[in-house]
Write a protein that binds this ligand. Structure first.
Ligand SMILES: [Zn+2]
Ligand SMILES: [Zn+2]
Length: 263
């Protein structure tokens, strides 16, 4: 089985120290076919990510890795945008003329509060507020895939417990319907399998419902911030994809999807 891992961070992101060349070498050692780097980027001065990205450096590192490792590893250029449904004009301006293979969109903050702060401020409504914000993301952002669609559970589960799908079914349904309508995909993010969450982000229920509603764009990403996590959880993610009715996963070039059969 060929592994296409579509979510990685290096020291081009504020919260990772990983060195891109080392990530590539680890990927080759593990027999991974393709990686897509998706560094954090925000135009919002209040976001932790703000000001860290140096596009010139990022792009030249990718070009150098493609040159050095291109025979053994396919390397794609992506980005993870922080709340790109907000400040849309600024995003457009900052990203104009820049080329990406793949764009992830994330909700990491709500009203400029980090998700872990939102839980403390409004425990009763934290999950529903989060999903409403994801609906805004999927409605207005120029993205290819929604990152870690139920991310709130990473911070909320030790305090509030896991959300019940049934309690949020109507907003989740709206998110997924809008995603299908706008040709936006979802990812199976395996980072939850490594941390305390104990399951992928999003959970199987959401992946299955997306498929039932006609969703066809599904990437798999380790969300690695460390070299050793490259490709982590991929087999489990493929199994989830199959269990949810997918016979393919999706990869991107120049933001155009292509489907890879899984068996
Ligand atoms: Zn993220
Ligand atoms: Zn990420």
């Amino acid at each position: 089985m060929l592994v296409y891992d579509y979510h990685h961070h290096t020291n081009n992101s504020f919260d990772s120290k990983a060195i891109m060349k080392e990530v590539c070498e680890q990927a080759i050692e593990r027999g991974i076919h393709e990686v897509c780097f998706t560094e954090h980027f925000s135009v919002n001065p209040k976001a932790s990510t703000y000001g860290h990205m140096n596009f010139e450096r990022y792009f030249s590192e990718i070009a150098a890795c493609q040159k050095q490792y291109g025979d053994e590893l396919s390397i794609k250029k992506g980005i993870e945008l922080c709340e790109p449904h907000l400040l849309r004009d600024q995003y457009k301006k900052e990203l104009a003329g820049k080329h990406f293979d793949f764009i992830l969109g994330s909700v990491h903050n709500i009203d400029n509060y980090k998700l872990r702060e939102v839980i403390k401020r409004e425990p009763e409504t934290a999950y529903s507020h989060y999903f409403s914000e994801v609906f805004e993301l999927v409605s207005y952002a120029d993205i290819d895939v929604i990152a870690h669609l139920d991310l709130m559970k990473r911070y909320a589960h030790p305090i509030l417990g896991y959300y019940r799908y049934e309690d949020h079914a109507s907003i989740i349904e709206k998110i997924l319907t809008k995603a299908v309508e706008r040709h936006i995909g979802i990812e199976i993010n395996t980072s939850g399998l490594r941390g305390g969450v104990g399951e992928t982000l999003p959970s199987l229920d959401i992946v299955r419902r997306y498929r039932e509603l006609g969703g066809e764009i599904l990437t798999i990403g380790s969300d690695s911030h460390k070299v050793q996590d490259v490709g982590a959880g991929f087999e489990e993610a493929i199994q989830i994809a199959k269990d949810c009715g997918f016979d393919h996963i999706t990869v991107f070039s120049n933001r155009v999807p292509e489907w890879i059969k899984i068996d």
